[in-house]
Ligand binder design. Structure first.
Ligand SMILES: [Zn+2]
Ligand SMILES: [Zn+2]
Length: 226
């Protein structure tokens, strides 16, 4: 099967491989085989740790084209300033309701607010922001060669099921990776082959016990191809 995406875990607090650094937060580096571009989903809580881990994968910060910020918490947006300092040409996609805040903080950079689902480059979709009583949050849907989704989530504060439902309206979900926060309606995960719960996931052990064959332990320093 042809490869569509390669993802590199560059920031997490649960586990890390030797030579890589842990830190509170989450970030995934994405290589898109359709466009041959790198994008970054979230930036962890520390720019220094993030840059160390990206370089450890032998990827240059200048090769990154896009950053997608899931939500405006420091453990996801904390490394943004350091990355933009090195590469000011990166396009930054934030939830629409947070656009003003980010534009004020980074007046010389390219900040774009997303409200609806957007394909920012071939087969790389931003979910669109989910709002309500929670902080606005967006996720990333990577569409593989065989039209399945790899879903990346930050903290999933508005409820992981909201992102799952949105993706499933379009296609089957093959993998879901990120912070699941307080999510506990595990039946939503039943048909997902790869469940990479990490970061802020509160029911980590229950998810692992419910789906022992689908559950994957996500560590900083791991990479996966889809
Ligand atoms: Zn978080
Ligand atoms: Zn958060």
């Amino acid at each position: 099967m042809k490869q569509s995406f390669k993802i590199y875990i560059v920031f997490d607090n649960k586990c890390h491989k030797p030579g890589f650094l842990p830190g509170f937060g989450f970030s995934v580096l994405i290589y898109n085989y359709f466009t041959e571009n790198f994008s970054l989903f979230d930036t962890g809580g520390s720019g220094d740790i993030l840059i160390h881990n990206i370089k450890k994968f032998n990827v240059d910060i200048s090769a990154i084209n896009n950053i997608i910020i899931s939500h405006a918490h420091l453990d996801h947006a904390g490394g943004l300033a350091n990355i933009l300092h090195i590469n000011p040409n990166i396009k930054v996609y934030v939830p629409n309701d947070e656009e003003k805040g980010f534009s004020d903080a980074f007046p010389n950079n390219q900040i774009y607010g997303c409200s609806d689902m957007t394909e920012i480059e071939k087969n790389l979709f931003i979910s669109g922001q989910i709002t309500g009583s929670f902080i606005p949050e967006q996720s990333v849907f990577l569409k593989t060669e065989d039209n399945e989704f790899v879903v990346l989530v930050g903290c999933a504060h508005p409820g992981l099921e909201k992102f799952i439902i949105k993706a499933r309206n379009i296609s089957r979900i093959r993998a879901i990776i990120g912070g699941f926060h307080g999510f506990k309606d595990f039946s939503y995960l039943k048909d997902i082959d790869f469940i990479g719960a990490c970061h802020c996931t509160q029911y980590y052990n229950s998810i692992k016990e419910t789906y022992p064959n689908q559950f994957k332990r996500i560590c900083v320093g791991d990479n996966y191809s889809f």
